[in-house]
Every structure is written in structure tokens, then in C-alpha cells.
Design a protein around this ligand. Structure first.
Ligand code: INI
Length: 158
């Protein structure tokens, strides 16, 4: 019989850190609200959640890595917003942020979720931050819970 390895969406008892950038805060705070909503709707209690804020998306990787290696959390969610119209160095900020957040997860073995919007316009960012429907922060919260439970379900060598 094939064994299915999967993670459910029950977050009870989980400890989750949110790393949020302050740049484009009107958008990012909507992502934070979405993430908190997603966590609460899946049994993660307020005392299991911490939020740390950094200046911008560039700083998210280091913050995520420090939170992940603290041992205090089961997962880390990176939230930020990089808008192409705002900056000639969009590609640098967006790429380094994505690479660094991924690295934080690989280096620590903890789920580090990428909830960073990279869009061409403010309007596109607003849409993805829940102004119409769908909030990437909410999706990131579900990804965090699923990954924690999925990793728990995997066989280990020790
Ligand atoms: N940071 C963002 O999070 N989003 C952006 O769109 C952005 N732009 O446009 O420049 C941005 N820049 C700041 C950067 O993340 C750092 O905080 C800053 O360079 C200091 O290291």
C-alpha cells in the first residue's frame, strides 16, 4: 500500500513567528492581518504567535533566520511587499529577499514561508493583500501550518 505523507491544517499548540517588513506598510499590514486570521482560524492561539518588524524586504532573510534558529518557533512567516514601480533596484531587493528567505529555511530545517508580494504596481499588490479577495498572508499562514505537520509526518533517521 502506498503511504501518503501529508500535513493537515490543525495548528493547535503551534508557535509561529511572523517577520514583517515596514516598507509598503499599508500593504504589509493587510498581509499581517491575513496571516493572523489564517492562524487563528486553524487553532493557533495568540500566545503562540510573535511578530517582529524590520525596515524592508532586504532585511527579512536575516530576521527570519534568527527567528528560525532561536528554537522558540515551529515556523516562520516572512511578509513583505516589493513594488517594481517604486525602485530601480527592484530585482535586487526581490531576488535577494526570495533567496535569503529560502536559505533561512534550508539552513535551519524549519518551515520559513515566503509571503512576500513582488508586483509591478501598487494596485496588483492591493489585490493580493485582500482588497478584493484572497490574501497572501492568509495563504502563508496555511502553508506554515501544513509544512509543520508535514515535516512531523516524515520518517526521520534518528
Ligand atoms: N523594501 C521593500 O520591502 N519593498 C520595496 O519595494 C523597497 N523598495 O522599493 O526599495 C524596499 N526597499 C528597502 C530595502 O528593503 C531595505 O530596507 C533598505 O535598502 C535598507 O537596507
Amino acid at each position: 500500500m502506498v503511504r501518503e505523507l501529508s500535513g493537515d491544517f490543525n495548528g493547535s499548540g503551534m508557535r509561529v513567528a511572523i517577520a514583517a517588513a515596514r516598507f509598503n506598510s499599508a500593504i504589509v499590514e493587510r498581509l499581517v492581518e491575513g496571516a493572523l486570521d489564517g492562524l487563528a482560524r486553524h487553532q493557533v492561539t495568540a500566545d503562540g504567535i510573535a511578530i517582529a518588524r524590520c525596515p524592508g524586504a532586504w532585511e527579512l532573510p536575516l530576521l527570519c533566520q534568527r527567528l528560525a534558529e532561536s528554537g522558540a518557533y515551529d515556523a516562520v512567516i516572512a511578509l513583505g511587499c516589493v513594488i517594481r514601480g517604486d525602485t530601480p533596484h527592484f530585482d535586487m531587493v526581490a531576488n535577494e529577499c526570495a533567496k535569503g528567505v529560502a536559505h533561512a529555511g534550508m539552513a535551519t530545517g524549519l518551515p520559513v514561508i515566503f509571503g512576500v508580494l513582488t508586483t509591478d504596481t501598487v494596485e496588483q499588490a492591493q489585490v493580493r493583500a485582500g482588497i478584493k479577495a484572497g490574501n497572501k498572508g492568509f495563504d502563508a499562514a496555511l502553508a506554515a501550518i501544513e509544512m509543520v505537520n508535514l515535516l512531523k509526518s516524515l520518517p526521520t533517521s534518528h
